[in-house]
Design a protein around this ligand. Structure first.
Ligand code: BMX
Length: 290
């Protein structure tokens, strides 16, 4: 028996892929697999569906939240360093074929922003969401509505005319790992946080440099959008002592000019919870329109 309120939610990031059954903002079941470094999106999606065969027939709608830009259901990379995929992959059509139900596709940070707004740290108040993870993603909820398209892609900001690459290439998980190579060969961002927790100064310096850049980004967002709160999530954003370091970098500012930083409440479930709610409402509105 298909429960009309249960949604199959997928979240494909630069490092991991998550599938979940979501109902009313609650994750009923989930499966996590690493995002393959090779292959193509069709193979990644087939691998993800191969991990959830018993879920067929248990959901009425599907949502796909992915790293990259999503326009009318087509998926493209903005930064191939974060995830390399061909332009305009037919994401919604492919997930609809694999799932057998109607699908809504959106950017992963946009979905996570909506999840935190509706069920997490956002408390249904306008907000900006930042995920510091493989890349830097962002979502904006203004007048209670989510923004889509390129909006919120703060990781794609250019740092300066004479600095190649994007802001996320100087801040996020990939950058943190790259800075560690002279200290610990092959270190991942997680290894750097473990080294910092063990008191390694080189690791604490790398994390500090990244967090201070994020603090500057929050100041710029504050001047651009003046949001009541900036909710920060992501594998890097939520790893201690990242947020405390961001807050330290903002100390001493006049209160009105200080961004209000909140830790994301839903952790790695924000994307699947958000895309599930967006997909369910989209389907409901679609039915009401017809
Ligand atoms: C990049 C971009 C964004 C994404 C952000 C976080 C790509 C492939 N992705 O800025 O769309 O939201 O990374 O991605 O261009 P994540 O994989 O770290 O969640």
């Amino acid at each position: 028996m298909i429960d009309p309120d249960t949604v199959l939610a997928l979240d494909i990031g630069g490092t991991k892929m998550l599938a979940a059954l979501v109902r009313g903002g609650v994750v009923l079941e989930n499966q996590k697999v690493p995002t393959p470094r090779g292959g193509n999106p069709k193979q990644w999606l087939e691998a993800l569906f191969a991990a959830i065969p018993s879920w067929q027939g248990r959901y009425a709608t599907a949502g796909a939240a992915v790293t990259g830009i999503v326009d009318q259901g087509f998926w493209s990379a903005l930064n191939r360093n974060t995830l390399d995929l061909p332009d305009r992959f037919p994401l919604a059509e492919t997930v609809a074929r694999l799932s057998g139900v109607p699908v809504l596709a959106a950017n992963d940070a946009h979905a996570a922003a909506w999840g935190e707004f509706r069920f997490g740290a956002g408390q249904n108040e306008d907000m900006v969401f930042l995920t510091i993870s493989t890349g830097i993603g962002g979502g904006i909820v203004v007048n209670g509505k989510p923004m889509f398209g390129l909006a919120g892609h703060f990781g794609q900001f250019r740092v300066a005319e004479d600095v190649a690459g994007t802001l996320e290439d100087q801040v996020s998980g990939h950058w943190i790992a790259s800075q560690a190579k002279d200290h610990q060969a092959g270190a991942t961002a997680r290894d750097v946080f473990e080294a910092a927790a063990a008191g390694k100064t080189w690791a604490m310096d790398i994390i500090g440099a990244s967090a201070r850049q994020t603090a500057q980004l929050c100041r710029n967002i504050h001047f651009a959008l003046d949001p009541p709160r900036i909710v920060i999530g992501g594998s890097i954003g939520l790893a201690p002592p990242y947020l405390d370091t961001v807050r330290q970098a903002l100390e001493g500012l006049p209160p009105r000019l200080t961004p209000k930083i909140h830790a994301a409440a839903l952790g790695e479930s924000a994307g699947v919870v958000g895309i599930a709610d967006l997909a369910k409402n989209h389907q409901k509105n679609h039915i009401e329109e017809n």
